[in-house]
Design a protein around this ligand. Structure first.
Ligand code: ADP
Ligand code: MG
Length: 262
């Protein structure tokens, strides 16, 4: 039998937040159960405000469950943990450090020696096609390049799982498409387990092995869709598949996008 623990497991997880100036709580997510296998790419979609970011914050150990348990690589998450690479919409690169200096940052924090961390950082930059920009500063790069640098920094620490919270939502449509392709390839090549939150349904279909669909808040998993398309990591190929549009249609239905009021 498979003895390796899942990269990530949510077991009956509920999270409530205390409302300001009140003793009432708001339940953000309710009895959420799912698994992410090692090397798998899972996307999470759901209505705005349903609790998607809460799930990522709990994976990173920034919030603790009100009930249930979260496990990363078989270990219960009870505090912020360094096995998780977290990437947000904003790249959060340090403006006073060069690109390679930014990629080295997490390695430095772990006490890796200077020569070693430079080597790791440069090889990550190469994988993200940014080796020529190693000595540039963040302000000298385009938005898309900065996101790639942020991915290189995230991968450099060799995380058990990478969390992406709407990483492309601040970019223009074409940059977004190119970056989805670029991230898809890089992640596939590195083999890292990935959890992507997105409100872009086609992005979920083009990038993921599996999609978890959440309900309105309090979020619970209403459906899991296995994306049975070849060529993960090759978004341009996936876009051509008629089956891809069927999956997108199914997500539309599940999220009731035709009938939902705005
Ligand atoms: P999503 O990412 O799906 O848009 P979030 O996970 O950010 O949604 O939020 C889900 C719900 O939990 C929202 O109602 C939000 O107001 C609430 N929430 C999230 N974080 C906090 C917090 N730190 N304190 C209080 N309420 C929060
Ligand atoms: Mg969010």
């Amino acid at each position: 039998m498979n003895s390796l623990p899942s990269a990530l497991e949510f077991r009956g997880v509920t999270k409530g937040f205390r409302l300001p100036n009140s003793t009432d709580t708001r339940i953000a997510i309710n009895d959420v159960n799912f698994n992410v296998r090692n090397g798998e790419f899972v996307a999470i979609v759901g209505p705005s405000g349903c609790g998607k970011s809460t799930i990522l914050n709990m994976t990173a150990g920034l919030y603790q469950p009100t009930a249930g348990e979260v496990y990363v690589s078989g270990e219960q998450v009870t505090s912020p943990n360094s096995h998780v690479g977290f990437m947000l919409q904003k790249d959060l690169l340090l403006p006073w450090r060069t690109i390679v200096g930014n990629v080295e940052f997490g390695l430095e924090a772990r006490g890796m020696g200077k020569a070693d961390r430079r080597e790791v950082a440069l090889s990550e930059l190469k994988r993200c096609h940014l080796e020529d920009f190693a000595n540039h500063y963040p302000y000298q790069l385009s938005g898309g390049m900065r996101q790639r640098a942020a991915l290189a920094r995230t991968l450099a620490i060799d995380p058990a799982i990478v969390l992406l919270d709407e990483p492309f939502s601040a970019l223009d449509a074409q940059t977004k498409l190119l970056l989805q392709q670029n991230f898809g390839e890089t992640i596939m090549q590195s083999g890292v387990t990935t959890l992507l939150i997105t409100h872009d349904l086609s992005e979920a279909v083009f990038m993921a092995d599996r999609i978890l669909v959440l309900s309105e808040r309090p979020a619970t998993v209403i459906e899991e869709i296995v994306v049975d398309l070849p060529t993960r990591g090759n978004l341009m190929e996936r876009r051509k598949s008629p089956k891809a549009s069927e999956y997108i249609g199914r997500l539309f239905e599940l999220l009731k996008l035709e009938s939902r009021a705005i």
